[in-house]
Design a protein around this ligand. Structure first.
Ligand code: KDO
Length: 330
């Protein structure tokens, strides 16, 4: 949990970083992510973003959390030690609790809904706060996909139809409050763990399962060490292309426009690729011997929504924003 002191320290660091503008002629954009090089968001940034900005900046990606540990990327951008990351609403909620609204189960309905929300005026105060207080610009929304429950147990050993079936299941979730809340809201026993540790934890049985979209289950090879996927679709998950404001402020207006367009184009390319993979991977996973099936979605939705209603997280959501998000959906 980030303390108020830490947040004040970060704001001071950010102010210091902003005071030293980057030189637009020779810019290296270090990007750190826990994702692999073959993750569709990584591919999109390398193949679409990097060439678009190559005239004035060198894009330098670092994968698998090899430069900065998962969850520390925003602090690193704020302190001037990193230029870019693929951040999450859950990570932003560590600094600004109201971001938990975008990390809440069964709120976003689709990739298109995410884009509509990100481009809507409702998002402006959220973006502005991150920029002003953390020195991070959120350039575009990336689609990670529909998260599902992926377990070591076979379906014969444990069939997951309702949240009650997850009672006592040690479900790895990423290590922030918003993620842990979601794990509990699903009915499971959430265990915080960095993404890069998950394969081994599943292999050795130190957790019973994890939740991620199908393309991640395949890319990270979690299917090798698990036996079933209950298609709970509990979170249509997103990330943001996060960019250092101090670097941004050192760019010319034309370069800023190029960076902005490049981030949006990469996000769109990654979104289409990820949607394509989601559509085809049930067949692949079934061929690998996993049981992939749909539980009682109404039971999961109503249980999860009931956990958020009246919660401390929900108390941080600005008045009327949930209604606006819902109105932008179906
Ligand atoms: C994960 O740790 O499960 C997660 O899916 C959380 C996302 O916000 C994102 O950071 C992602 O990992 C990494 O990019 C690895 O795919």
């Amino acid at each position: 949990m980030i303390t108020k002191l830490t947040r004040r320290t970060l704001m001071a660091l950010t102010a210091a970083a902003i005071a030293v503008p980057a030189y637009a002629a020779d810019i290296t954009l270090r990007m750190s992510t826990p994702a692999s090089e073959t993750d569709q968001r990584s591919v999109a940034l390398a193949e679409v973003f990097a060439p678009a900005v190559a005239g004035f900046a060198t894009y330098q990606p670092h994968y698998n959390g090899s430069l900065i540990a998962q969850g520390s990327e925003l602090e690193s951008i704020a302190s001037g030690d990193l230029e870019m990351s693929i951040t999450s609403a859950q990570e932003l909620a560590q600094f600004f609790p109201e971001f938990s609204i975008f990390a809440t189960g069964y709120v976003h309905q689709s990739a298109a809904h995410q884009v509509a929300v990100f481009n809507d005026p409702l998002m402006e105060p959220f973006k502005q706060k991150v920029e002003d207080e953390l020195g991070v610009k959120l350039l575009a929304v990336m689609y990670l996909g529909q998260r599902h429950v992926n377990l070591r147990q076979s379906k014969d050993e444990l069939t997951v139809m309702t949240p009650e079936d997850l009672a006592g299941v040690n479900l790895r979730m990423p290590g922030t409050d918003a993620w842990q809340f979601l794990g509990s809201a699903l009915g499971a026993n959430p265990t915080p763990m960095a993404f890069t540790e998950v394969y081994t934890a599943l292999q050795t049985g130190s957790v019973d399962g994890q939740d991620n979209p199908l393309p991640t289950v395949v890319d990270a090879k979690f299917y090798e060490v698990t036996k079933q996927i209950a298609l709970t679709s509990h979170l249509v998950d997103l990330n943001y292309v996060a960019f250092s404001k101090s670097v941004w402020d050192g760019l010319t207006a034309e370069q800023q426009a190029t960076v902005q367009a490049a981030a949006e184009a990469a996000a769109e390319s990654g979104r289409q690729a990820q949607l394509g993979k989601e559509a085809e991977l049930v067949a692949f996973l079934t061929e690998q011997g996993l049981d992939v099936y749909e539980p009682d979605l109404a039971a999961f939705r109503s249980h999860v929504q009931a956990q958020y209603a009246g919660s401390e997280l929900a108390a941080s959501w600005p008045e009327g924003v949930l209604d606006k998000i819902n109105a932008l959906g179906n």
